[in-house]
Write a protein that binds this ligand. Structure first.
Ligand SMILES: Cc1cc2nc3c(=O)[nH]c(=O)nc-3n(C[C@H](O)[C@H](O)[C@H](O)COP(=O)(O)OP(=O)(O)OC[C@H]3O[C@@H](n4cnc5c(N)ncnc54)[C@H](O)[C@@H]3O)c2cc1C
Length: 464
């Protein structure tokens, strides 16, 4: 019988994997993953997998490899340009190829270059091109798109791991995962990543844990000091759980009506895929023309201060340090920190987007470009530019005091009231033994002046 080669990409799971299910039904199965930096590297400013996600990828591949080996198979690892490698291995094995469809522009090139490949749905709740308006057009705005998607929801229930007869591929060459050097060594900055459990079992454990808290999601999801969200994003980004399984896992636990705010967030992930499917260069090119002329500032020192969590705005610094230490940042704080960079500092959103890409374990081309263009106001569906987050107001409103204490320990002794704006804390600062400029930076910009400067920059871009 013809060997069925399953080409795994960012769908590193065995359950609810349409390509594996189809392959297993047709014949003996071989499994392949290709580490391809070349194809994504050729798009826009270059989108090879970033450093934090490489850490995750290492552990996820190790986990998938173990699961396949425990069932009697072998995960073949190859490195290089994916399309030709897949085609060559399929030729060598005389195999048919199956893969899950992905929507990043480089994923489409990989598929085209791989030759005859059967593509299966499974990276999103519904195929992006299936959510169409009454006149057959594509959506650019979330709310009408979401209403239309809901007509196809709930998604099909996730399917279990199929019975697989593994092909004998002992003769096929495979790289050694350690040899890929995906883990950091000198220095090993991933020490703070130990709370994560990459892999399919880790994803299932997250869903089970979050299912117990999901009923409180809507009340707590905006509070960075509370573990109110699922933290499923890196598992979804690498496809260790299907979006359908996440949907049903939470809807079954608390009922679809209570789960709605959570399911809508899963919808945002799909919406990002819908956007990059229509605008493949969304990671590099603003969705609105006026923003091609935006007068960004060239400010390497300011950018470095932002990356290192040294802006003097505690909520921004807490978020940037959480990102560096754990590879993840709370969504509310992502919005505040991103807005600070592009509006208070007037630094190009693409610089922040790239930093996130390199630091996030959940880096996802669709969600990341959507998030940055939304915050900038440059996306096809985005927040208006003149909606400028006030970092202190946001920090107070969303009760971030304990979150700041955790990530900016030099301010830990300040009271809940004083901690959001230490430059206004006066005597409390002295009592806490904190000297601004020595122990913690003074704010690098003044909020009101920065706000006025940002609005003037926008007016210039629009009027030019
Ligand atoms: C500037 C910026 C950049 C971002 N970059 C990324 C990124 O690279 N990768 C990424 O997965 N998310 C990104 N997000 C979206 C969001 O911050 C994360 O998905 C969320 O914080 C993940 O935490 P969670 O799993 O606990 O989310 P939950 O609140 O538990 O949500 C469940 C799932 O829904 C999806 N989701 C939630 N919010 C969003 C959103 N706003 N947009 C798209 N999907 C969403 C995620 O897959 C998430 O796991 C970005 C947001 C901003 C503002």
């Amino acid at each position: 019988m013809t060997i069925q080669l399953v080409w795994f990409r960012n769908d590193l799971r065995l359950a609810d994997h349409a390509a594996l299910i189809a392959a297993a039904a047709r014949g003996p199965v071989a499994a392949l993953f290709v580490l391809d930096d070349e194809t994504p590297g050729q798009f826009g400013s270059g989108w090879r997998t970033g450093a934090a996600q490489r850490w995750w990828l290492h552990h996820s591949l190790a986990s998938l490899g173990r699961s396949i080996a425990a069932r009697g198979g072998r995960l073949i690892l190859r490195r290089g340009r994916a399309g030709p490698i897949v085609q060559a291995l399929a030729g060598e094995l005389g195999a048919d190829v199956h893969t899950i469809m992905h929507h990043e522009p480089w994923a489409l090139v990989q598929e085209d270059e791989a030759g005859a490949v059967t593509r299966h749905h499974g990276a999103t709740l519904a195929p992006p091109a299936s959510v169409l308006s009454g006149t057959g057009g594509r959506y650019r705005i979330f709310t009408p798109w979401w209403k239309r998607l809901l007509e196809q929801m709930p998604p099909p229930r996730p399917l279990p791991v199929p019975d697989v007869r593994w092909a004998d591929v002992a003769g096929a060459a495979s790289d050694d995962l350690d040899g890929w050097r995906l883990l950091p060594t000198a220095p090993d900055w991933a020490g703070g990543f130990s709370d994560w459990q990459p892999g399919e079992a880790g994803a299932a454990a997250r869903v089970a844990d979050f299912a117990r808290r999901a009923a409180r999601y809507d009340d707590t999801r905006n509070l960075p000091a509370v573990e109110g969200t699922s933290r499923l994003s890196p598992h979804l980004a690498l496809g260790e759980i299907s979006p359908n399984a996440a949907w049903h896992g939470i809807a079954d636990a608390v009922g679809e009506a209570v789960a709605e705010p959570y399911l809508r967030e899963l919808g945002w992930r799909d919406f990002g895929q819908n956007i990059i499917d229509q605008f493949p260069d969304h990671g590099d090119v603003p969705g609105r023309e006026a923003f091609t002329r935006f007068p960004f500032r060239d400010d390497p020192d300011g950018f470095r201060a932002w990356c290192r969590g040294q802006t003097g705005y505690p909520i921004v610094d807490a978020g940037m340090r959480q990102l560096w230490a754990t590879g993840w940042m709370h969504n509310r704080v992502r919005m505040i920190a991103a807005s600070f960079l592009v509006k208070h500092q007037l630094i190009d959103w693409r610089e922040g987007e790239r930093w996130f890409w390199d630091c996030l374990v959940d880096a996802d081309y669709g969600s990341n470009s959507l998030g940055w263009q939304w915050v900038m106001g440059s996306g096809v569906d985005s927040s208006p530019f003149n909606r400028i987050f006030a970092p202190v107001g946001q920090s107070v409103k969303f009760g971030a005091a304990d979150y700041i204490r955790r990530w900016v320990p030099e301010l830990a002794k300040l009271s809940d009231e004083a901690i959001h704006a230490p430059w206004e804390a006066g005597v409390a600062l002295i009592r806490a033994g904190v000297k601004l400029g020595r122990d913690y930076p003074a704010p690098i910009v003044n909020h009101e002046a920065a706000r006025a400067r940002a609005l003037a920059a926008f007016a210039a871009a629009r009027g030019a």
